[in-house]
Design a protein around this ligand. Structure first.
Ligand code: SAM
Ligand code: SF4
Length: 424
């Protein structure tokens, strides 16, 4: 989502007469887009700003994104060389803010979250000619006890279905064959126009745009994940065989403390819909270990859930304290060392699951969208509908396969990727 925000910001700047340069050294104006989801990401921002201060004499610096929204004008105190601070809910104000900056205002801010607008722009500067991102809903109306997003990205705002379909058509005409629909909770999408499409209807219709061969979406919230989404995947071949459905914990007690709005059983109901689908849907998730009060038994419940679901891959994190969040007030914060121990156990268990699951693909022929060529290994990098990386050999002299759909047979499998041979 941040990468796509940057594409939109770049497009807006270019439309104002600015030119993008390949390196920071060549830039007069440096925009730094930031993430504050965990403490580590935030620390990195201030470290980089310090580095920029030393290496960036004479340049103008702007901080964008979630750290900008969260820290606001405090950034000017911590990093006095920064002249502009702007959160994502204010990106549609960027042209006016740039005018203020150019006319000599020392400090310019865009920090209001009081908006009903989405940052829709026809000016997006997309780097990948084959895969395009479209934000369909911005912000988040949930209030998970650990999460900073509602404070940094504001309330939910959905785009009209007509504007999403029009953008998909335009992208297809420009040569994109894969579209990825984005939102913090993408499946909470509600069309604000009289058509009143829900997310499953939007997804199905994007998959019916001529020229679009693959549609992905991320991230789905389990509470709003309805069976119609699985039915749409079953019926529409353009929708990819992959759902990312963050669980966070396998313990209903912890889920309640996290204010996730579902129980383990309700989550497993959604998994059952996917497992009984006609198409083989790959399932991935996010897990947090060491949430305040998580007992050994709660952690064991999460390990048990991994065995039960057998995810294709997971993103796993140690709980990180975030400003403004309600979990800060909870007792029983877990020691860093213990969080690290649980994370290592969880990741090792998942690694074994992935080795087992991926081994089952040996001998199978998969359609891949070719993403590029890896000079170091001499292999082409393909992505399957299930979002697995499948590397394969094919003579470079026979032409550039990037952006093409090819079939490859899996001959080897590791925990994180597949390797195979070109079929056609
Ligand atoms: N909206 C999505 C959902 O509800 O599943 C998740 C969006 S969040 C940007 C991505 C992931 O970061 C979360 O699923 C969670 O696992 C992780 N995360 C968020 N806040 C965290 C925190 N305070 N500590 C550790 N991990 C966190
Ligand atoms: Fe954060 Fe929860 Fe909203 Fe996801 S649903 S962005 S985890 S508050």
């Amino acid at each position: 989502m941040n990468a796509h925000d940057s594409e939109k910001v770049i497009g807006t700047l270019v439309s104002q007469g600015y030119a993008q340069v390949p390196t920071v050294e060549e830039a007069e104006l440096v925009f730094y887009n930031t993430c504050s989801i965990r403490d580590k990401a935030e620390q990195k921002v201030f470290h980089r700003l310090d580095q920029f201060k030393r290496d960036g004499k004479g340049k103008t610096f702007a901080v964008l994104g979630c750290v900008a929204q969260q820290e606001g004008e405090k950034i000017f105190e911590k990093a006095p060389h920064v002249r502009m601070v702007c959160g994502s809910a204010s990106y549609n104000q960027l042209p006016q803010m740039l005018v203020q900056l150019e006319s000599g205002n020392r400090r310019v801010t865009g920090l209001s979250l009081d908006t009903e607008d989405t940052f829709e722009t026809p000016l997006t500067r997309r780097d990948n000619p084959h895969r395009a991102y479209i934000t369909v809903i911005e912000g988040c109306d949930k209030s998970c006890a650990y999460c900073v997003v509602p404070f940094t990205r504001g309330p939910e705002r959905s785009r009209t279905s007509a504007s999403v379909i029009a953008e998909s058509r335009q992208l297809a005409e420009l040569g994109s064959t894969e579209i990825q629909l984005l939102g913090q909770n993408v499946n909470s999408y509600r069309d604000p126009s009289p058509a009143a499409w829900d997310f499953a209807t939007l997804l199905d219709n994007v998959g019916r745009v001529p020229g679009i061969r693959r549609v992905r979406f991320t991230t789905s919230h389990p509470r709003d994940f309805v069976k119609q989404i699985v039915d749409a995947i079953d019926e529409n071949p353009a929708l990819c065989n992959h759902v990312h459905l963050p669980v966070q914990s396998g313990s209903t007690r912890v889920l309640e403390a996290m204010q996730r709005l579902y129980t383990r059983d309700q989550y497993m109901q959604r998994i059952a819909w996917m497992k009984s689908a006609r198409r083989p849907i790959a399932i991935t998730t996010d897990v947090i270990v060491g949430f305040p009060g998580e007992t050994e038994a709660d952690f064991e419940a999460t390990l048990g859930l991994l065995d039960e679901v057998e995810y294709d891959s997971i993103f796993s994190f140690k709980y990180s304290r975030r400003p403004n969040t309600s979990a800060l007030a909870l007792d029983d914060h877990i020691a860093e060392e213990e969080k690290g121990r649980r994370l290592a156990i969880l990741q090792e268990k998942q690694r074994q699951i992935q080795i087992r699951r991926n081994a089952a693909y040996v001998g199978v022929v998969e359609e891949c969208l070719v993403e590029g060529f890896n000079k170091a290994t001499g292999q082409w990098i393909g992505r399957t509908s299930q979002n697995k990386t499948l590397n394969f050999l094919h003579p470079v002299e026979d032409g550039d396969l990037t952006g093409r759909y090819v079939e490859a047979r899996v001959t080897r499998a590791g925990p994180n990727s597949l390797a195979g041979e070109y079929v056609n």
